[in-house]
Design a protein around this ligand. Sequence first.
Ligand code: GLY
Length: 369
Amino acid sequence: MKAVIVGGGISGGAIAWRLAREGVAVIVLERGRLGREASWAAAGMIAPQAEAQSPGVFFDLCMAGRRVFDATVDRLTVESGVDPEYDPQGILYLALDESEHAELIARARWHRECGATVEELSPAEARRLEPAISPTTVHALHFPDNRRLDNRKLTQAYIAAAIAAGAEFRENSRVDAIATAGGRAIGVVLDDGGRIDADLVIIAAGSWSHEIRGLEQDRVRLFPVRGQILCFEARPRLLGPALFSLRGYLVPRRDGRILAGSTMEEAGFDKSVTLAGIEKIARGAAAMAPAIGELRFREAWAGLRPATRDLLPVLGPSPSVPNVIWATGHYRSGILLSALTGETIADLVAGRKPPIDLAPFSAARFARA
Ligand code: GLY
């Protein structure tokens, strides 16, 4: 079987790895450079609980995403030769005033009801876990099962492991349309008019996914949500766990860098860093850990989260062209869901039952809307 994957970001890389190691001939077509869009811009949290707003199918998907990570990351590291710096320290979620305190108590309740592990900490207990937290901390949640890693290294790891398993990656290769015959895909047409034949096409092109002609009946629409990140230099281990709050997050890297995020902006495909974004992130970062204010600023960047209208990913076969599979719209959770996405698509292609019920994530929901 020959598969074309449209999109060479973290999802495309993860899918390529899982398909190639099962013997599928894989070609990944990337319109720009591999892994340089949302996968590159992210902070690298594997944080199904810290990032969750409410219980439901998406929370369950994200919890499964973390479990698949735990089960596959060692194998990925060996097969790729790239260490993604998967860090098992949990995430500390701070409340810095009384309204945030009330919100965190409510969250802890529903996390427990869903069977997720959460520890409620007094300010003194939280400070024992991380002395750099703000003196204004009134309460904290500790999610010991949430993780972090270096998303750029993780993306490299998927791509390197996929190449080692036989996958081919092509940069600057823009897909214009699905080539069809008799209602099925027979490959893709490139913007230079060339055609690549395939038995299966997988769409993992982030915010650009719906630009590929031939799938209009599925009514899948993506829109980019800009997130800005500030990066500071610190000594390694200045922060232990990543810190989260309703004001933003701080994610330490192994080499000492600390990433601070983020913004949620609808600014089209504009990846600018703005003064308003810097100010919002800096305020949130200093509110969580005042020592951040003394660190040397290193750089800032922005990326585009691929969002659907209902903010859920699109995973599974196209309702209109059955041998096209959607694997996009991961919005704020593309890094967290990458391992699960690779496994799920490999299961679908091999005719196995995926680890999660894909019905809520089917593109069919847009046709019904
Ligand atoms: N997952 C982090 C963010 O979307 O900002």
